[in-house]
Design a protein around this ligand. Structure first.
Ligand SMILES: *Cc1c(COP(=O)(O)O)cnc(C)c1O
Length: 354
């Protein structure tokens, strides 16, 4: 069975699969309410919030679109620096919202001062930011960008932490983030199908006055049900069993230790790349700690490398995403990986490189 080192979905442990295969329970009852409540402290810790954390049976895009639908009244500013952040602009347009963007080259980070200048033009009430742009391996300066956005009155900040949550601290309350969202198939190491998100009081107030929020992704429905430790519709209960097991793991490891482990594992890949002359696609100071995106050197048989790594050693890495497919390759260090498992991958890659 090949093991995934792609930046999502990632390898899922046998313990997680075992937790997910617990017998089904009904979702309107005390057993489910206890399950729901048990997830809150762990989710609140990794997001860095005292707000309730909502559970959406959807991939991350469900909540990315929902955040726009619940919050945008006037005009949204999307901060675009790669495949996922660029697409958020398109999604805002598809939803019929007024939207403008700051676009930087793929491989660059968003400049907080450019955000300040753009917001100063006026007319915006919402900003979208991808903390960790998984397509390019860029980690944006979330604290600095949040500080700029917060300096504008009545502008809400929606932050996608899909590939950083649980691998890097987010500190949502301290930074004043209005929506903090993530899917679980990235650093949380679960199978896909569930997204988690926290919403600030200011964002809840905005949503309340928003017409046509629909039902499935209505923030008010989530909030009302959360009070009773429940979800608006039948959730992916098996994934919640899995999430319970992952959060128990995080608790026993310690969140700070988990973050340090991700950082150390990420450094191993950076050093491995350095040894082989692979250049990082992301600029120094803005590099993801949960995955690495390398330039494909000229003349390097990247697809052969990836193919042989899989066929010879059973490890899967990714050959680039979107318009930089082939020009880059990406290696994930998210989730349950240890120094030992990263070393196995490195030894295998060295073997294939010869
Ligand atoms: C994977 C990813 C998404 C998309 O998640 P889906 O689960 O496919 O909806 C969005 N944003 C980032 C940063 C991602 O890495």
């Amino acid at each position: 069975m090949p093991k995934l080192f792609i930046p999502g979905p990632i390898d899922v442990s046998q313990e997680t699969y075992a937790a997910m295969s617990q017998p089904m329970i009904g979702h309107r009852g005390s057993e489910f309410e206890a399950l729901y409540a048990s997830l809150q402290p762990g989710l609140q810790e990794i997001i860095g919030t005292t707000r309730p954390v909502f559970l959406s049976t959807s991939s991350a895009w469900g909540v990315m679109e929902a955040s726009l639908r619940n919050l945008v009244r006037k005009k949204v500013l999307t901060l675009c620096c790669g495949a996922f952040s660029d697409k958020w602009f398109d999604v805002a347009k598809k939803c019929g919202f007024e939207a403008d963007k700051i676009q930087v080259e793929w491989g660059e980070a968003i400049d907080p001062e450019a955000v300040r200048a753009k917001l100063a033009e006026g007319g915006f009430d919402t900003v979208t930011l991808i903390h960790n742009e998984t397509s390019t391996g860029v980690m944006n300066d979330l604290p600095a960008i949040a500080k700029v956005v917060k300096s504008f009155e009545d502008v809400l900040l929606i932050v996608d932490t899909v590939s950083s949550l649980s691998g890097t601290p987010i500190n949502a309350d301290e930074l004043g983030l209005d929506v903090t969202l993530a899917g679980v198939q990235k650093a949380l190491a679960l199978p896909p199908g569930l997204a988690v998100f926290a919403v600030s009081e200011a964002a809840m107030a905005r949503a309340k006055a928003q017409p046509n929020r629909g039902y499935y992704f209505d923030f008010l429905e989530f909030a009302k049900n959360a009070e009773a430790n429940n979800t608006p519709s039948t959730p992916a209960i098996s994934l919640l069993f899995g999430l319970q097991q992952i959060l128990a793991n995080i608790k026993s490891e310690g969140f700070a230790n988990r973050v340090a482990r991700h950082k150390a594992n990420n450094k191993m890949i950076a050093e491995w790349g350095g040894k082989h002359g692979f250049k990082n696609f992301a600029p120094e100071g803005n590099r993801s700690l949960t995955l690495t995106c390398f330039h494909t050197p000229e003349g390097f048989d990247q697809s052969g490398f990836i193919k042989n790594l899989k066929s010879k050693h059973g490890f899967v890495i990714n050959g680039g995403y979107g318009k930089i497919k082939g020009l880059t390759f990406r290696i994930s260090n998210m989730g349950n990986e240890t120094r030992e498992t990263m070393q196995e991958l490195i030894d295998a890659m060295d073997d294939v490189l010869g």
